[in-house]
Design a binder for this molecule. Structure first.
Ligand SMILES: CC(C)(COP(=O)(O)OP(=O)(O)OC[C@H]1O[C@@H](n2cnc3c(N)ncnc32)[C@H](O)[C@@H]1OP(=O)(O)O)[C@@H](O)C(=O)NCCC(=O)NCCS
Length: 169
């Protein structure tokens, strides 16, 4: 069963191993780029605490969740509880990546739907904004299977076009 668990300052070596070895990148973007310099469990826990302090005080910052399958990490998903003008055009509420060898088994769609439930139940979000690179068929299919309605295509700050979707939950 796929479930989500927020990053915690008690996360252990198994989680660090996953951060070090999983392939979570999409076109050079690494969802866990904030952990790139982390080498030990202590450093990982410190970084998690720093990020938690940041998100507790700023709703535009991302909260991180493990995607777990039978208690083993298989991916990471993020939630930005609020959007300002910049994030409305550059990222949206939710980010997600599944370790490359484990894609294509339905975990991404299941985890994404669970992230939408957390957005609704814990943060009172009624309409999720989510974006995908226009040629990212896996992402677009995951979004559409989760109730995403195509909204429009915007040009992000880095010049990339992004297909924008809305999900009324
Ligand atoms: C997008 C992503 C999270 C989906 O995870 P996943 O576990 O593969 O998702 P699912 O198995 O639920 O599949 C969702 C869709 O992806 C497509 N897909 C899965 N694996 C694929 C592959 N290897 N090649 C092409 N499409 C693929 C399928 O078409 C599927 O839709 P379908 O059931 O209608 O055929 C995953 O591809 C990923 O981590 N990509 C890199 C990061 C990224 O692009 N994130 C999206 C940012 S919004």
């Amino acid at each position: 069963m796929t479930r989500l668990q927020e990053f915690s300052s008690e996360d252990d070596q198994g989680k660090l191993d996953f951060l070090e070895h999983a392939d979570l990148k999409a076109r050079g973007f690494n969802i866990v780029g904030a952990f790139e310099k982390v080498k030990t469990v202590e450093q990982m826990r410190t970084r998690i605490k720093e990020l938690k302090d940041l998100t507790d005080n700023n709703p535009y910052e991302r909260k991180f969740y493990w995607v777990l399958e039978d208690d083993r990490p298989i991916g990471v998903t993020t939630l930005r509880p609020a959007l300002n003008e910049f994030w409305l055009h550059n990222a949206g509420h939710i980010g997600i990546a599944i370790d490359k060898p484990l894609r294509g088994h339905g975990h991404g769609t299941e985890a994404f739907k669970k992230m939408c439930e957390i957005a609704k139940n814990e943060y009172g979000i009624k309409e999720i904004i989510i974006m995908a690179l226009p040629d990212n068929t896996a992402s677009r299919s995951m979004i559409e299977k989760s109730g995403g309605e195509y909204w429009d295509t915007v040009v992000a700050a880095d010049g990339e076009k992004l297909a924008r979707y809305r999900i009324r939950i």
